[in-house]
Design a protein around this ligand. Sequence first.
Ligand code: DAK
Length: 257
Amino acid sequence: MGYENIRVEKRGKVGLITLDRPKALNALCAALVAELSTALDAFEEDEKIGCVVLTGSAKAFAAGADIKEMQPLDFTQAYLTDLITPWDRVARNRKPIIAAVAGYALGGGCELAMMCDFIIAADTAKFGQPEITLGTMPGAGGTQRLTRFVGKSKAMEMCLTGRMMDAEEAERCGLVSRVVAADDLIDEALKAAEKIADFSLPVVMLTKESVNRAYETTLAEGIRFERRVFHATFATHDQNEGMTAFLEKRSPQFENK
Ligand code: DAK
């Protein structure tokens, strides 16, 4: 399909989605979010794709939900149209998604990055939840995911004051997995994605599911879940192949089964 607000490419086993709405700093209008969902559906169905990278431009990953679209809405319209709910598509993706963030990741842009499995940040990245300055508040997980990433004090400060966090602070407090030079951002994200995509896809997906369980359950239940999923990997061809290859001192040939 032809996309107007994003660019979609395949790089070997990696799907690369670039938010591409420069005139509005990649503000997340409804059309962009719909295109993003369609692209993710296609990569999810594509057996050859093992990991997705989501990125924006050098200036902005995304400057938030589209304020021009939201400004005229009243409560009833926002509620009845279930404003922004389609964004959850990113969080529901079963294959891993890496957010490669340069420049602004604000409001819904920060929330979108946090819906991904991990964030690699350029040294130019700036994260923030400035909704309070617009007379509203985060609505796509900002108060919840940011708090889990960085703890109550920082999340509260960011949501209540709208203060932005630079890349170094974001790494220090665990919002991003690492910071790289802006020029290396895409290469580094693709390298990490290629590495993931070379592993056994079912085992990668089980691992993602297990890490995510840590956010949703008690430690004891999470550990029980992990143990069962770990046992389940022994039902795969790829577990046998991985361990056999190690003992035979060769590279494993995973077959995603
Ligand atoms: N929406 C629409 N247009 C935007 C935009 C946005 N979020 N951000 C920037 N733009 C547009 C600007 O209007 C400008 O367009 P023109 O005037 O040239 O036509 C163009 O992008 C360039 O922006 P600037 O001229 O402002 O560029 P600067 O470099 O001077 O400043 C900036 C960059 C990122 C600091 C600034 O643009 C800015 O503060 N942008 C707004 C950031 C922001 O407040 N983001 C939060 C938006 S609220 C919900 C779930 C989620 C949400 C809501 C509901 N539900 C489930 C119900 C999410 C809400 C948000 O994200």
